[in-house]
Write a protein that binds this ligand. Sequence first.
Ligand code: GDD
Ligand code: MN
Length: 400
Amino acid sequence: ALSTPAGAPRRRTERENTVPEPGAVTIVVPTFNESANIRELLHQITESVPSRLPCEVVFVDDSTDDTPEVIFQAAQDCPFPVTVLHRDEPVGGLGGAVVEGLKAASSDWIVVMDGDCQHPPSLVPELVASGERAHAGLVVASRYIKGGSREGLAGGYRIVVSRGATWLTKTLFPRKLHGISDPMSGFFAIRRSAVTADVLQPLGYKILLELAVRSRPRQVTEVPFVFQDRFAGESKSTAQEGFRFLRHLVGLRTASPVARMVVFGLIGATGFVPNLLGLYALTAAGMHYVPAEILANQLGVAWNFLLIEHLLFRERRKHRRWWDRAGRFALLANADLVLRIPLIALFVDRFGMGALSATALALVTTFVLRFAGTEALVYLPRRSGKHAGGSRGRTTRRTP
Ligand code: GDD
Ligand code: MN
């Protein structure tokens, strides 16, 4: 039976009670203001899916326009059940919507596809059949294998960005994305038994990447597809979505403390830039270099704080107020500097180390202490099971 998000009101109807046959497919379609595409999409699905595979369609909608009403109208002519989950609080964006749909799906297979007809519905039965043949948990519809292409992504600039992002992502997750040529695809089939919704922390557009990195099924296969032109309207992706993607990458890559420490160090290293610029400006203005360096160092600290807040610990900020975090962060950063000299002296005097190795050891020691301190004292760890994309907010399920 269809599961209901906690606390969501639901209305049962005859159609919703139709339990899909085994092997059937739930098509999950995230929509954000797609009213001009719905009728065409449902028409294309009607043409090519139900005669080959029993299906139901679940729209997960965050629209501010009349998309839900248009879906209800168009669903009257569909020979399969159509459900709309409307989210009042669109947590996690596109990815959050898809996870909501994965949870609501009741068939053995779930196919995720866009609502603007860029993903050909005629491929839906083939994705499921390939998954069955290969005993796969995940089937990716790929633009980057023989037979696939990207007609719908016109413009050299978008192709370069898309290719670059794919390359970067595959480089960051070589093992998890092995055998997946198109981890950015928004078109894929997943076996319901392979969905582990509670480990997912969806953030924006790249939900397949999220699934592959956090809960990759053992067997993965690919089917080529031709990315079509949008039927109507414009892409909903914005520059802001680009930044969200970067945060998503950092979030996925820093699941382990060691990886977090590396990113913490890399961000720290970039602090030299504002630090040196500040020092230059202050000494040029006539300040003595010692107070100038103390002040300029605060500039580097502020820079690091901003980057670390927004890239590394974004999800862990809610435990303290921002000025509390800023104060603690600055205190730890300055303690790092103050501690370094006596530590070097200790290593040299007590343990007879050379000045150079003592300095290196002191740097590493204060760095690790500072990282551990920042994790424990500024950003408390995330409590598991309290992720975005979950049952926060209200979701209304409606069946036409
Ligand atoms: N519910 C919900 N919430 N749906 C959303 C949201 C949101 O915040 N943002 C976008 N959508 C829906 C759109 O309405 C559409 O049905 C689908 O998600 C894809 O959005 P587009 O805005 O058309 O994406 P795109 O064409 O730029 O990108 C697509 O292709 C890329 C590959 O080039 C997506 O499939 C990407 O995931 C994919 O990487
Ligand atoms: Mn699109």
